[in-house]
Design a protein around this ligand. Structure first.
Ligand code: GLN
Length: 472
């Protein structure tokens, strides 16, 4: 097996034993990139191989040994442009590293490249990138999911060992499901958002996208923790997320929400049944439960996230950052820069958000959405009184065809039905490979109560070992 196909924890062990060196891994990665990237197109920019080979020498004594990580291109990096897959930021060179990047670099990681996404992370297929679409390594006619589609495709195609993504309503979990990898959205507030270009600030979280659950726990150890530069990051004692991974889950209560499973296709239903069976074999108890406000989650999410986006994206005005249209007058310069700089989906969100926040409509739309959000959060708080973990499919379907949902934004939005509730509630959720539907990867989502990442990863790890491995 080539080194680029191995998970991070195995590579670290091999380096420690003196069997290999980080440069061997880097060479294998670039070989895979040269071979696969013309078709997959996971990356917007790449660090030159020579530079990584040099950097890894200096880092060989640090815990991550100079091994490279791929990063979604809405997380700012001092050494590589950060475009958010938008014309607006096509040539934007940040002057600092996001907190997560700084932490990973301090631990001895290097940055392999910046991965493609839906423009400003708005979308579910990576087709909203202003530059190009990324393809699913399991079937190049299909999307990799989104918005962290580049990170998911890079890990699945072994063009990266592991990656960072960001998740606002499912953007780590859904592409992880579509590409057959592991993706974790941490509890809101656990990981610093400083240096993540904001989409919807009350929902955005950065998280790991990896080949297995152990790698997810390892990366979380490095990126989690309080940051004075992000006022919503929570000060809590640090934890070792790998600590409980190997413990059994006998006696755990696993909840299946009835609202999530009523409309599943035959094959998805069969997957769900195999998950229930696997959990029972592990000694867990299966409990049917209800999250009664689930049907309101999609409209609530799109109102809140678009409102926050319309405020956050006001800073892209042609004056600061990179894109500026002709400046015959200040007003035309603003409006033409925005017209030329933003793609259609971003404009749609800004219009929805501006409308929902406008005088006279604020209470009816944004205010109401906030109140429904509180009810959705309450649903989860009630459920976690009686269960340890909630399970569901990550997405109702496996990866869809390129172009299939582009003409119908509503169909695209509805596919987020299982991922947005945990985002609104702020709880952690992970997607791991759970079988196949139509011959394609189909992920299971596990949700835990807020700040229960250790328990979540323990259950995910037990399940990962017990379910017959999905072989692409
Ligand atoms: N698909 C969702 C959206 O378009 C989620 C995006 C995300 O999590 N960044 O808003």
């Amino acid at each position: 097996m080539n080194l680029n196909e191995r998970p991070l924890h195995e590579l670290l062990a091999l380096i420690e034993q003196g069997e290999i060196h980080a440069r061997d891994v880097i060479r294998d990665l670039y070989r895979a990139i040269a071979e696969k990237e013309p078709q997959i197109r996971a990356y917007i920019s790449l660090t030159p191989q020579e530079r990584l080979l040099e950097e890894c020498e200096r880092l060989s004594e640090k815990p991550l040994r100079g091994l490279p990580i791929a990063v979604k291109d809405n997380i700012v990096t001092r050494d590589l442009k950060t475009t958010c897959a938008s014309r607006f930021l096509e040539n934007f060179q940040p002057i600092f590293d996001a907190t997560v990047i700084k932490r990973l670099k301090d631990a001895g990681a290097t940055i392999l490249g910046k991965t493609n996404l839906d423009e400003f992370a708005m979308g579910s297929s990576t087709e909203n990138s202003a530059f190009f679409a990324t393809r699913n390594p399991h079937d190049p006619e299909r999307v990799p999911g989104g918005s962290s589609g580049g990170s998911a495709a890079a890990v699945a195609a072994h063009e990266a060992i592991c990656a960072l993504g960001s998740d606002t309503g499912g953007s780590i979990r859904q592409p992880a499901s579509f590409c057959g990898i592991v993706g974790l959205k941490p509890t809101y507030g656990l990981v610093s958002r400083y240096g993540l270009v904001a989409f919807a600030s009350s929902l955005d979280q950065i998280g790991p996208m990896t080949k297995d659950v152990r790698d997810c726990a390892i990366l979380l150890n490095y990126i989690a923790g309080h940051d004075p530069n992000d006022s919503t990051s929570v000060a809590r004692p640090s934890e070792d997320y790998t600590q409980e991974l190997d413990q059994e889950i006998k006696g755990f209560r696993v909840g299946v929400p009835k609202e999530y499973i009523s409309d599943l296709s035959g094959q998805a239903q069969a997957c769900l049944e195999s998950w229930v069976k696997t959990f029972r074999e592990l000694g867990a108890e299966i409990v049917e439960l209800s999250l009664p406000h689930t049907e309101y989650a999609i409209p609530t999410y799109y109102l809140i996230s678009s409102s926050e986006a319309s405020a956050n994206l006001a800073r892209f005005d042609g004056v600061r950052y990179t894109k500026r249209a002709s400046d015959s007058s200040v007003e035309t310069m603003f409006s033409e820069s925005r017209d030329q700089g933003f793609g259609p989906e971003v404009k749609r969100r800004i219009m929805i958000g501006t409308y929902a926040l406008s005088a006279g409509y604020y209470e009816a739309w944004y205010g109401k959405a906030q109140r429904v959000r509180a009810l959705i959060r309450q649903d989860f708080e009630n459920a976690f009184q009686s269960v340890d973990i909630i399970i569901s499919p990550t997405s109702p379907t496996p990866a869809f065809q390129l172009g299939e949902r582009l003409k119908d934004p509503l169909a695209m939005y509805l596919s987020d039905i299982f991922t947005v509730p945990a985002s609104l509630a702020g709880t952690p959720a992970i997607s791991i490979p759970g079988g196949t539907v139509e011959g394609l990867p189909f992920g299971i989502q596990l949700i835990a109560d807020r700040f229960q990442e250790r328990k979540l990863l323990r259950v995910a790890h037990a399940f990962e070992r017990a379910l017959p491995r999905y072989a692409p």
